[in-house]
Ligand binder design. Sequence first.
Ligand SMILES: Cc1cc2nc3c(=O)[nH]c(=O)nc-3n(C[C@H](O)[C@H](O)[C@H](O)COP(=O)(O)OP(=O)(O)OC[C@H]3O[C@@H](n4cnc5c(N)ncnc54)[C@H](O)[C@@H]3O)c2cc1C
Length: 308
Amino acid sequence: MSPGSSDLPGPGPDLRAALGAFHGVVRENVNLAPMTHVRIGGPARWLVEPRTVGDVAAVVRACRELDLPLQVLGGGSNVLIADAGLAGVVLRLGAFQGIVRDGERCTVGAGVTLPSLIRLTKDAGLAGLELLIGIPAEVGGAVAMNAGTREASTFDTLASATLVDAAGAVRTLTRAELQPRYRDGGLDGRIVVEATFALRRDEPGAIQARLEESLRRRNATQPVTMRSVGCVFRNPGPECAAGALIERAGCKLLRRGGISVSARHANYFVNEGEGTARDFLDLMCEVRARVKDLAGVELEPEVKILGF
Ligand SMILES: Cc1cc2nc3c(=O)[nH]c(=O)nc-3n(C[C@H](O)[C@H](O)[C@H](O)COP(=O)(O)OP(=O)(O)OC[C@H]3O[C@@H](n4cnc5c(N)ncnc54)[C@H](O)[C@@H]3O)c2cc1C
């Protein structure tokens, strides 16, 4: 067995044949842990990396035809993947790296990382994304999750997104045609291939100062250098932070196997090296039970739990 592969079951349905004229890469039994921020997860039965929007549509149609589950993986910064891996197809859009500027608008491929987009727009004197600095997402994942902070979210500057739906049809929808919610872009399972952001002009120096301030606040309160999924649970309400409830329930530094609740921010669980998805889920259950006992609140996961 070579590194990055596993002994998951053999050939099964002929995905390559169903894809037809496909320009991307198809690999089998690929270890997903290195593609996640928390470094947890078993192999994908198929990992498919399309090159064009037509390729993405072909993957969607092939999965429908073969009745295979399809999971999009972005930057892997808000997912917990089962130790046994994922059956079916995992789609990654790392080849979607285009950035086209038109005045104050930037149209960006889904695979561009948010940090690199923010760096590029700052250098071009375009402001509006500063409060998203430090979120280790790809643009597609940031739109899908409506990633953000208390002060700002991805949809604040999103003008439109080009999406592939469950039938493989491609459409560009404006912000007004989408229904974003708290940590949910309201995409109904559609795949983001491109997004356009409407920014505003400002001095790069002024943008840089705001970026530094955002990063300073983030670094002071979050374990940014550790392996995590960001916030594990959704905040139950605008004035009710999950992290504060978890801390009050005495869960800081609670541990299951190789996963512990961060001492710096109780809504972050940290993989100290050997943690598994099972450990992570066990810790989530324990924390949920303690918060329920303390405050009567049922915490809901923000992290996307895949393959269980
Ligand atoms: C250190 C750290 C700090 C974080 N800070 C924040 C924060 O301040 N605010 C915040 O909101 N989040 C934060 N997060 C969580 C995470 O970065 C966001 O949820 C982000 O939006 C996930 O993007 P991703 O590209 O990594 O997506 P993934 O984690 O790979 O996927 C998340 C979900 O998005 C879907 N998805 C990904 N790409 C696409 C696509 N192209 N089309 C359709 N669906 C797609 C996936 O299927 C999955 O359901 C943090 C995470 C970490 C590790």
